[in-house]
Ligand binder design. Structure first.
Ligand code: FAD
Length: 390
């Protein structure tokens, strides 16, 4: 049995679903292939920033945040190792979701727009024939005009094109929570090299995790110590809970020139995640939208070559991630990190500015935020900026 689609998308996470949603809306026949059956679990802190919810409101109108937000917070506590450094209360809200729910809703949205989906088929690199533009999925061949790899870190399309990856390991566990207590979330610096620990409130549990640019063994040892500390106040052992690991892109550029010109990568598969915060859901959805736009423009010009156009449209994302990597290397350098932790005890406006304008809204990017901050500080101290005073 063979089928033909304008666009074949490997992976039904936020990147694949958003690519499919936008393409269906533009009238293309699409098919998503995923190795899992949705709803499926996905290891993730599930923090959604305002720019993510804004993007959803724009591209998925009618999708009610109440359906996927399980908790929200406006207070974040920063820790350096086990010591609390400062607490910040922000005007903007940070949302927390469960990826089982969130990804399923996006896939349902895509299906309602008329997209097709094949579930529980794990593709291998040998299933993709770039020369014939086919993918063998289970028993049948699928022909495509354009191929999108939305299959996450270590995705099958990158492997088929022999693209070298630079991902690192994160570990996560769920610990019990009294839902009436503590709505704040916590960030722990100084525990992992080039990374941090997080402590996010969900409905009935805390999602506790850690990631960093370290070997698998080093990060597992550090994460277990951190989990033990996190459980300190509870009469439970880390061993009572499942600790799971998953990869996150480091932000280093991938060599996509190895891909055939009618194929492209989105989301984690493309290496799109904020190297400082690890935020990837926003970039997954945004690159999905960009991919659909690039495919649409190429198809309208009757061209199969989409890679060049797509690379151009995601160039701002790449540049921003490159700048974030630069900042990360400076910020996480141990003596600078220690000095920075001291600094944020007394100079709170910088953190407020960064949280609001870079992380939450994305109004400024990693390339220009420091320049804007210093310029504004020189001319109108943020102490008098009502926008930055909670
Ligand atoms: C521990 C951890 C915590 C995180 N916390 C946050 C957070 O709080 N906020 C945030 O914004 N980001 C977070 N991230 C990053 C975020 O999870 C990713 O950036 C995001 O999931 C990327 O979406 P995606 O669609 O590109 O890939 P994915 O969500 O990974 O989806 C890929 C899909 O492809 C399918 N697939 C894979 N291989 C195959 C195959 N061979 N055949 C068929 N299907 C296949 C998978 O089943 C999956 O459904 C975190 C990541 C980790 C690891």
């Amino acid at each position: 049995m063979s089928k033909e689609f304008d666009v074949l998308i490997i992976g039904g996470g936020p990147a694949g679903a958003m690519t499919g949603i936008e393409l269906c809306r533009k009238g293309y026949s699409t098919c998503i292939i995923d190795k899992e059956i949705f709803p499926r679990p996905k290891l993730c802190g599930g923090l959604l920033t305002q720019k993510s919810t804004d993007l959803l409101a724009r591209y998925c109108p009618g999708l009610d945040p109440l359906e996927f937000v399980v908790e929200q917070a406006q207070t974040v506590d920063f820790y350096f190792q086990d010591k609390k450094v400062n607490r910040f209360t922000t005007r903007e809200v940070y949302y927390f979701t469960e990826r089982t729910i969130f990804d399923h809703l996006l896939v349902q949205y895509y299906l309602k727009l008329g997209g097709r989906m094949i579930q529980q088929v794990a593709l291998r690199p040998g299933d993709i024939d770039f020369g014939k533009n086919t993918v063998t999925a289970g028993t049948g061949k699928i022909y495509y005009k354009y191929l999108v790899g939305a299959d996450g870190c270590n995705g099958v399309l990158s492997r088929a094109a022999k693209i070298k990856r630079h991902d690192f390991l994160c570990l996560e566990a769920c610990f019990p929570r009294d839902p009436h207590n503590e709505k704040e979330f916590r960030i722990y610096f100084g525990l992992a090299n080039m990374g941090y620990g997080w402590y996010f409130p969900k409905k009935e549990h805390y999602c506790v995790g850690m990631g960093g640019e370290e070997s698998g063994k080093a990060i597992s040892d550090k994460a277990r110590r951190y989990f033990r500390e996190a459980l300190n106040s509870q009469s439970a052992q880390v061993e009572d809970f499942a600790v799971k690991g998953a990869l996150l892109p480091s932000g280093r550029k991938l060599n996509t020139r190895r891909l055939p010109k009618n194929s492209l990568l989105v989301g984690d598969a493309a290496g799109f995640a904020d190297p400082v915060t690890g935020e990837g859901i926003y970039y997954a959805m945004l690159s999905g939208v960009q991919a659909a736009g690039a495919i649409d423009a190429s198809a309208k010009n009757k061209k199969r070559n989409v890679l060049k156009r797509y690379n151009k449209s995601v160039w701002p994302i790449r540049k921003d991630i490159r700048a974030a990597r630069f900042w990360k290397r400076i910020l996480y350098y141990p003596p600078i990190l220690r000095a920075f932790m001291k600094h944020i005890q007394t100079h709170t406006n910088f953190v407020r500015f960064y949280l609001k304008k870079v992380i939450a809204t994305g109004e400024f990017n990693y390339r220009n935020f420091l320049r804007v901050y210093l310029k504004n500080r020189a001319f109108s101290p943020f102490a008098h900026d009502p926008d930055l005073t909670p």
